[in-house]
Write a protein that binds this ligand. Structure first.
Ligand code: SF4
Length: 407
C-alpha cells in the first residue's frame, strides 16, 4: 500500500504572473456534442438528438471558419500592443467526440491563426474516458495540447449510472493508465461529491483510485442541482436523499485532506494542484483577464464587457460573416476599451474564489476575516486562505455593501 506523505507548500500563488494574466488573452473553444446527456448538466450541449442541420462535420467547418476570421481579426487588433494569446482551452460538451484527425486539425488551426507570438501557451483540452483513445491523445499532443482534463467524476459504477455518465470504471482504468504514461504530462481528473447515497467512504475510495495515477491537477465539484435538469426534478421528488450541507462540507474537507497528502493544495474553490500545475487559463478567468470565446454560445470578455455567440447554430453561422465589422459586438467592445489596454480586475466574487484574492485598493476589509484566519494581507492584496474559499460569495456581498454605504 502506498503511504501518503504530507508536503508543506509555501504559498505558490504568489508566483502567478498576474501582470501577464491581465495583459495577455485566453481563447476558449466550445464543442457541444456528448455521447448522452448527464442528469445534472446545464451546459450548452447536444446528445444523440440534435437540431436539424447540426452535426460534427458542419460544426467543425463553421468553427474553422470562425478560428480563421477571429484569429486574423485579433492579430490585427493586437499588432504593436505587446499583447498576445497565451492560453487556449477546448471544452464542451465532449471535445473528444471528434475523430483524431479533426482534433489535430482544430488544434493546429488554433495555434496557427491566433497571435501567440511564438511564445509559450498553456493549451488544455477536456476529454471523457469513453471517447479518448491512444490515437486521439497522440493527435492532441502533436497539435500542441499540453494539458488534458478527464471527466471521470466517480469510480463507482452505481454513481456513474445515477449521473447518466456513459463510462464505467472497468473501461476507465486503462484509459487513465494511458493518460498517466502518455506524452501530455499536465493532466487532471474531475471528481463529483455531494451525490445521493455517496458517503465519505465511497468518495475517498474514488479519490484514492484516481490519485494512484498521480495526476498533478485535480478538480472536485460539489454537485448542486441546477434549474431545468433531470437531477433537479429527481431532487424535488426525493429531497431527503440529498445530503445536507454539513455532510457535503465534511466530504469536501475529506477530499482536501486526501489531496494534501499527495502534494496538492487547494488553489480555487473546486481546484487542487501541485505547485506549478494550476490552470492559468482558469485563473485568468477568475482574475478578470480578457478571453475570446469560439463556437456555439461561447462567451468572450473584454474588460468588463461580456459578449456571447448565439446559441442557435443558424444565427451563429450568420454572425461569422460579421467578424471584425461594426456589427460585431466583440469588435465594438475591443474598440471601446482600446486594444492595447490590459484587462482590469474581475468582480470581487470571482477574485475571491482563488487564493491570490483581491487587490486591497479601495477595499473596506472586515478585520474579522483576518483574525478568524480566513484571509491574510500580503503585498497589497487580500489573499484567501484555504478555509476561507467557501465563503467567497459572502465576502463579495459584504464588500459590495460596504462600498455602497455612506462614509
Ligand atoms: S459529458 Fe459533460 S457536457 Fe456532456 S452532458 Fe455530461 S456533464 Fe454535460
Amino acid at each position: 500500500m502506498r503511504v501518503a506523505r504530507f508536503v508543506r507548500i509555501r504559498r505558490p500563488w504568489r508566483n502567478w504572473d498576474i501582470t501577464a494574466l491581465r495583459r495577455n488573452l485566453g481563447v476558449y473553444v466550445h464543442i457541444p456534442f456528448c455521447p448522452a446527456i448527464c442528469s445534472y448538466c446545464d451546459f450548452l450541449k447536444f446528445g444523440p438528438r440534435r437540431p436539424k442541420g447540426l452535426d460534427e462535420a458542419s460544426y467543425e467547418s463553421s468553427l474553422l471558419r470562425e478560428i480563421e476570421a477571429r484569429g486574423a481579426w485579433l492579430k490585427e487588433m493586437l499588432k504593436g500592443t505587446g499583447r498576445r494569446v497565451d492560453s487556449i482551452f477546448i471544452g464542451g460538451g465532449t471535445p473528444t467526440m471528434l475523430p483524431a484527425e479533426d482534433l489535430s486539425k482544430l488544434g493546429r488551426a488554433l495555434v496557427d491563426c491566433f497571435p501567440t507570438a511564438g511564445g509559450a501557451i498553456e493549451f488544455s483540452c477536456e476529454a471523457n474516458p469513453d471517447t479518448l483513445d491512444p490515437e486521439k491523445l497522440q493527435a492532441l499532443h502533436e497539435a500542441g495540447v499540453n494539458r488534458i482534463s478527464i471527466g471521470v467524476q466517480s469510480c463507482n459504477d452505481r454513481l456513474l449510472k445515477f449521473m447518466g455518465r456513459t463510462h464505467r470504471w472497468e473501461q476507465t482504468e486503462p484509459i487513465l493508465q494511458m493518460v498517466s504514461e502518455g506524452p501530455i504530462r499536465n493532466f487532471s481528473f474531475d471528481l463529483i461529491y455531494g451525490l445521493p447515497n455517496q458517503n465519505v467512504g465511497t468518495l475517498l475510495d474514488s479519490g484514492r483510485r484516481l490519485l494512484e495515477f498521480r495526476p498533478p491537477h485535480f478538480s472536485a465539484y460539489w454537485l448542486v442541482p441546477e434549474p431545468h435538469t433531470a437531477y433537479t426534478r429527481w431532487a424535488r421528488r426525493y429531497p431527503t436523499q440529498i445530503p445536507s450541507d454539513r455532510e457535503v462540507l465534511y466530504q469536501q474537507h475529506a477530499v482536501e485532506c486526501l489531496l494534501r497528502g499527495y502534494g496538492h493544495y487547494r488553489y480555487e474553490v473546486n481546484n487542487y494542484a501541485k505547485p506549478g500545475y494550476e490552470s492559468m487559463h482558469n485563473i485568468r478567468y477568475w482574475q478578470g483577464g480578457d478571453y475570446i470565446g469560439l463556437g456555439l454560445g461561447s462567451a468572450s470578455r473584454i474588460g468588463s464587457e461580456v459578449v456571447s455567440n448565439p446559441k442557435s447554430h443558424i444565427a451563429w453561422n450568420n454572425a461569422l460573416g460579421e467578424i471584425g465589422s461594426e456589427n460585431d459586438p466583440l469588435h465594438r467592445a475591443m474598440q471601446e476599451r482600446g486594444a492595447a489596454e490590459s484587462a482590469p480586475s474581475a468582480d470581487s466574487f470571482l477574485q475571491l474564489r482563488n487564493r491570490l484574492g483581491h487587490e486591497l485598493v479601495g477595499l473596506q476589509v472586515n478585520p474579522k476575516w483576518i483574525s478568524d484566519g480566513l484571509m491574510e494581507v500580503h503585498d497589497g492584496r487580500l489573499e484567501v486562505r484555504s478555509r476561507g474559499l467557501n465563503l467567497s460569495e459572502q465576502y463579495a456581498l459584504e464588500l459590495e455593501s460596504a462600498s455602497e454605504s455612506p462614509v
